[in-house]
Design a protein around this ligand. Structure first.
Ligand code: HEM
Length: 406
């Protein structure tokens, strides 16, 4: 058995501003030196697709390490620190299981499918507003979609979208581990908390009527039935706002970037909804924004390497779909790629913390791409774009495009 310290591991400068522009290249070079593990200044990175899967099946021997992140940012005892340590994903196993058992059965493909007409209406409204411009920053456009859907899902007042959107931008950068961002995180989480408490109070005060069940009704009724506290309910809804915002926005923006390089795929997405679904699945393999992390809760021997208790492991789901050992011709974007159940993409994670909102996210991405492709014709790059920090919610920073209005 080998000790971690004895391994000759590649070093990844994950916090350097340049890293976000080419993590796949960095990880490919790292792979040449060690097949599945690399080191960095913030922890170890497990970068091989199969190693990520195998370790995720041992999730009971690890804990999501948000307490470590809060500690590194010196934010214990602050509103953002409290939320981060108590949000669903960070809870101790028994409390997490209670929440997961209470809500997971309600987050079904059927619930998400029923939201599709609302999603289509929302993206159509945005396209009506934006398409006549002929050129714009696609990331800015895309950023209005998931938040507008979320606002409709919980009946939040539209007038507050702009302010909350800024807060979600701020909160989305939290895990880039920059201490100077901490005061802004406190303000943003406090505003979001206020909004969510108001929403719950208003909904509880509303007389019973014939309104169809939305996400807020679902969470309140499931939560009340499962004995979930008011604090936990509010935290969960706040988490939905945060978990669904820049993840969906970044995937949609990167998908447009991919589509500009694959105009035939894009044209077909406008015509064929089923094909559009495949294009989204393939886009999620090719790119996704997530890097998740865990602390080992006990010594783990994995592939003859001892990972001692309290080792911080990062799992770059974002680049896992480009591992050539798991995906033949991994660099080719091909929506018709055969899906092997043993190598499904990991954009939504795996195991007991797998994304609760995955069906909602997929439905949003599919419906929006289908309609965007009908209205934003022949999109071309119209300037420079940058990259967001890695390993936060990674993705493109800005995507200026020009196009013909459809
Ligand atoms: C493209 C969009 C999205 C992506 C790529 C994404 C990705 C992920 C990933 C990778 C995880 C697992 C993290 C881990 O194991 O540490 C996760 C968890 C989670 N996601 Fe998402 N997500 C997306 C959208 C959403 C949406 C729209 C919602 C809610 C409406 C949501 C709610 C959640 C929740 C509640 C969890 C925690 C589940 C648990 O701890 O049991 N996500 N997501």
């Amino acid at each position: 058995m080998q000790a971690l310290a004895e391994l000759d591991l590649p070093y990844l400068p994950v916090q350097s501003p340049e890293f976000g522009a080419d993590p796949t290249g960095h990880f490919a070079r790292a792979r040449a030196q060690h097949p599945w593990l690399a080191r960095s200044d913030i922890g170890y990175f497990v970068h091989e697709y199969r190693a990520i899967r195998e370790l995720f099946w041992m999730d009971d021997k690890m804990r999501p390490s948000f307490d470590g992140i809060v500690e590194q940012l010196g934010a214990h005892g602050t509103p953002w620190g409290r939320f981060t340590e108590e949000q669903m994903i960070s809870l101790p196993p028994a409390q997490h299981k209670l929440l997961r058992d209470t809500f997971a059965a309600r987050f079904t493909p059927r619930f998400a499918n029923n939201l599709r007409p609302m999603m289509r209406e929302t993206i159509t409204g945005l396209l009506d507003e934006w398409v006549s411009k002929g050129r714009f920053d696609f990331e800015e456009f895309a950023s209005w979609f998931p938040i507008s859907v979320m606002f409709r899902l919980v009946g939040a007042p539209v007038a507050r979208i702009g302010a909350i959107k800024k807060d979600l931008e701020t909160l989305g950068l939290a895990f880039s581990m920059d201490k100077t961002r901490v005061p802004a995180l406190q303000q943003s989480i406090t505003r979001l908390d206020q909004l969510v408490h108001e929403l719950i109070a208003t909904r509880r005060a509303r007389p019973a009527g014939d309104d169809p069940e939305d996400l807020l009704d679902l969470v309140i009724s499931a939560g009340d039935g499962g004995g979930i506290s008011e604090r936990q309910l509010a935290d969960l809804i706040m988490f939905f706002f945060i978990a669904g915002y820049d993840t969906s926005k970044n995937v949609l923006t990167f998908t447009m970037h991919l589509m500009m390089k694959n105009p035939t795929v894009y044209a077909r997405c406008a015509e064929d909804h089923d094909y559009c679904r495949k294009a989204i699945e393939e886009a999620l393999r090719y790119f996704n924004p997530g890097t998740t992390f865990r602390f080992t809760d006990q010594d783990i021997v994995f592939r003859d390497v001892l990972l001692p208790r309290d080792t911080m492991l990062f799992f770059p789901l974002s680049i896992s779909g480009r591992d050539p050992d798991a995906f033949p011709d991994a660099e080719t974007f091909d929506p018709e790629r055969a899906i092997d159940p043993n190598t499904r993409h990991l954009a939504f994670g795996l195991g007991k913390h797998m994304c609760l909102g995955q069906y909602i996210a997929r439905a949003q991405l599919q419906e929006s791409l289908h309609l965007i492709a009908q209205r934003i014709k022949d999109p071309r790059l119209d300037g420079e774009y940058g990259w967001r920090p890695f390993p936060g919610t990674w993705g493109l920073k800005g995507l200026p495009i020009r196009f013909a209005a459809g």
